[in-house]
Ligand binder design. Sequence first.
Ligand code: SAH
Length: 376
Amino acid sequence: MPPEQAEDDLAARLKARIAREGPLTVEAYMEACLADAAAGYYTSGQPIGEDGDFITAPEISQIFGELIGVWAIAIWQSFGAPKQITVAEIGPGRGALMADCLRIWRQFPPFREAVSVVLVETSPTLRQMQSALVSDYANEEPAIPLAWAESVDALPGGPLILIGNEFLDALPIRQFVRRGEAWRERMVGLDGDRFAFAEAQDDAEADEALRRFAQLASKGTVAETRPAIAPLIETLAARAAAAPLAALFVDYGADTPALNDTLQAVRRHAYADPLAEPGKADLTAHVDFDALKRQAAQKGLSAYGPMPQGELLLKLGLAARQEQLMQSATPDQRAMLASGANRLIDPQQMGILFKALALLSPGLPAPPPFPEERSP
Ligand code: SAH
């Protein structure tokens, strides 16, 4: 096989790596599948949209991004309407959410003059797509400053609103299987020439997260942790102590620890085998909102939610915005608007499985529409 072909064949490279080093953790496997520089899912493909593998809330309806845009304005006001504010989106996909936000912000001159937008995206392909969709809205006079960053650590200082829709679910997870009183890490090894799940030979060291799961272990047998959350929370907490910060994460997952294997692969809008074709399918796992909230509170952030997506959007004014858009829509557009909005809020569709969690600098008022609450 010529070297460039070998370089492209992620499956072959991962098999060689396993043969050399032994089984990979699920985290290492997921990391390679999603972020491999040459053949990772997000680095090399066009995953999102009707013609891709999966569709997300901002791609389903413009109302989603518009309401988040209105939310950002309310948060800026609760910060005391600072003269400069950064709104950053982490994992912006094709840029639909930010395009819808920018359209709304243009109608609020005081906010439009204060805001700068930063898109946090590692994939060059997706950066290009985001630029194509977002730049026109940002550049229209008077222009709104627009930039890209590699990570949250690289964002400019000062007041910050951070938005992440279906970002956390793409962060790699570790999985542990309950064996008696201990946990064994779930690994990806080889069965002949095929990838197969295996278990580490030694018991896993029980860190805080695993000790907590142990108390619940009768509920199920697979615990999942997400190592990349801790450094993200650290960064947010440090910033939140220095300047007003509000982060809104919307994602899918349970509000209580699930103790299930939630690793899933999606390709062309259908479930696939996570081990079948590394780098060719989207790999995600449920977000553990309970763990996220605890980690954030431990670092001194105020945490609100999780609130079901349907409730969030209805309380932010989905029905009124839908009504307004309907008035100037054709019959076809009306049907699209109605089915899109319904898909976002319907309890059988995205309304309950998807949830929103807000993390704020301590001492700020509760972010609308979350009720005031005491930290856990
Ligand atoms: N928010 C978008 C896309 C969700 S897909 C939407 O709702 O349509 C996940 C996004 O997270 C992609 O843009 C992907 O490139 C990005 N992503 C995944 N891991 C990342 C990381 N470690 N840092 C920054 N972005 C990442």
